[in-house]
Design a protein around this ligand. Structure first.
Ligand code: ZN
Length: 200
């Protein structure tokens, strides 16, 4: 009865009075060896610290189909336990990865919040710039309109200047004619006066 797993079992039925060589009541264990799966036995309770050698079967030997079934179930249990361990390891890896991703998500959210604040600030600045641009456009439009009016006035003034120049030329010509006429008139008068002068 050595080797495989042995678990202690409490007594569920009346026990005969029995003592080991230490004078102690033996304890009931269960063998999980392949040859005796699930078979209980009595053993000295001091067996780990100074075994007196007391050990005897409590249950009759299990044979045939029940023994085969117990061993198969034990193997399946062991396989399931191994699978469970493997899945627990995978779960730990996934949990660690999930924690990392969660932290990244928190960081990303913080960045998004920061970018959102920056975006609000830039939007406000853009609005100010747009308003200033609109004011500048209005000012330019006013200047263009004013320039058009001034150009129109300039054209009008040039036209008036041209007219004045023409008038000035006419006046000059009339004055010239007047002076010439007056000179002729005066010259005629003087010639006439010369005719009436007594000859010497
Ligand atoms: Zn003993």
């Amino acid at each position: 009865m050595s080797g495989e797993l042995k678990s202690i079992t409490t007594f569920s039925e009346p026990q005969p009075v029995m003592h080991c060589k230490h004078g102690l009541c033996p304890e009931l264990y269960t063998s999980w060896e392949t040859d005796n799966p699930g078979r209980r036995f009595l053993r000295c309770q001091m067996w780990q610290r100074g075994d007196c050698g007391f050990c005897q079967w409590f249950d009759p030997e299990i044979v045939g189909r029940p023994k085969e079934l117990i061993n198969r179930l034990r193997s399946q249990k062991k396989a399931l336990e191994n699978r469970l361990k493997s899945q627990e390891a995978e779960h730990r890896v996934i949990s660690t990865r999930a924690c990392e991703l969660e932290q990244k998500l928190i960081d990303a959210n913080a960045k998004i919040k920061s970018l959102s604040i920056m975006n609000d600030v830039l939007t406000q600045k853009l609005k100010v710039v747009t308003d200033e641009q609109a004011k500048s456009d209005n000012h330019i439009l006013e200047l263009v309109t004013s320039n058009a009016k001034l150009t129109e006035q300039l054209v009008k003034l040039k036209r008036e200047l041209k007219l004045l120049k023409t008038l000035l030329k006419c006046l000059f010509f009339i004055s010239l004619m007047f002076v010439v006429g007056l000179s002729c008139f005066l010259a005629g008068k003087r010639n006439k006066a010369m005719l009436y002068l007594p000859s010497v």
